[in-house]
Ligand binder design. Structure first.
Ligand code: DGL
Length: 266
């Protein structure tokens, strides 16, 4: 691996910027190239075949940019396309599922873990299957929360609508007695405070993007980057026109984005 190469990150759209935020926090000196498939978002309601093909196409685009690692920031893509991505690319491929599942298993005291994600992620059973590899006795309760994606993009993260939706979605967790909850979607960190308000302060929240960023740091540890004289380069590409990404990006990244380029994929 070459120290100077950038880390490639892709998501179905802007949500993956929450993952990029965590990567920048964990590895501030690294150059990053982000691709948001804004023309084909959402992935969460699409078929396994479609999401796998989209993911491979974007992976190939990033491969041509000569990246040293590929981060699949989209939980849905991680859930359904990971084996194909690992097979296709000869660089480390970091997904959102495995690190968060491992972290949740380490965190739980009572062996009851909750998972929330898109329809595609929950239907795939990817989190549950991974968690079960650590112990068949661990109980997993999974709930799809599709409205959280548009709510986060609308900025409705702590109003009455967000609170009502969160109460309805998370109701089954009251009966299941989970002590650990995986936020298995790029958008959910924005709703963290509302989720916390609904589930109370006794349940540990696992942010899949944050955990994956620490895993990436661990993987790249062996090739510590030297102190850079220049500021790290941040490149952004989207498959639709950049205006919405530019407008909403800051909310997800926590920082200004000023240069986004349009690309045609494939
Ligand atoms: N990025 C997706 C995920 O983390 C959420 C948005 C979508 O459905 O594409 O699963």
């Amino acid at each position: 691996m070459n120290n100077k190469k950038a880390i490639g990150i892709f998501d179905s759209g802007i949500g993956g910027l929450t993952v990029l935020h965590s990567i920048i926090k964990a590895l501030p000196a690294e150059d990053t190239i982000y691709v948001g498939d804004t023309a084909r978002v959402p992935y969460g309601t699409k078929s396994v075949t479609a999401v796998t093909n989209y993911s491979l196409e974007i992976g190939r685009f990033l491969e041509k940019m000569d990246i040293k690692a590929l981060v699949v920031a989209c939980n849905t893509a991680s859930a359904v396309a990971l084996p194909k991505l690992k097979e296709a690319f000869n660089i480390p491929v970091i997904d959102m599922i495995d690190p968060a599942a491992g972290n949740a298993v380490e965190t739980t005291q009572n062996g009851h873990i909750g998972v929330i994600g898109t329809e595609g992620t929950i239907k795939s059973g990817a989190y549950e299957n991974k968690i079960k590899t650590f112990g068949q006795k661990i109980e997993v309760t999974s709930i799809a929360c599709p409205l959280f994606v548009p709510l986060a993009e609308e900025g409705w993260i702590d109003n009455d609508v967000a609170l009502a939706a969160t109460r309805i979605y998370l109701e089954p967790f009251k009966r299941s007695k989970i002590d650990t909850l995986i936020l298995g979607c790029t958008h959910y960190p924005l709703l963290k405070d509302t989720i916390r308000e609904v589930i109370g302060d006794k349940i540990a929240l696992i942010d899949s993007g944050e955990t994956a960023s620490l895993c990436l740091k661990e993987i790249l540890k062996s090739e510590k980057k030297k102190e850079q004289e220049t500021v790290p380069r941040r490149s952004y590409f989207v498959t639709d026109t950049p205006d919405r990404f530019l407008r909403l990006g800051k909310r997800f990244l926590g920082d200004e984005i000023d240069d986004v380029r349009h690309i045609d994929i494939p």
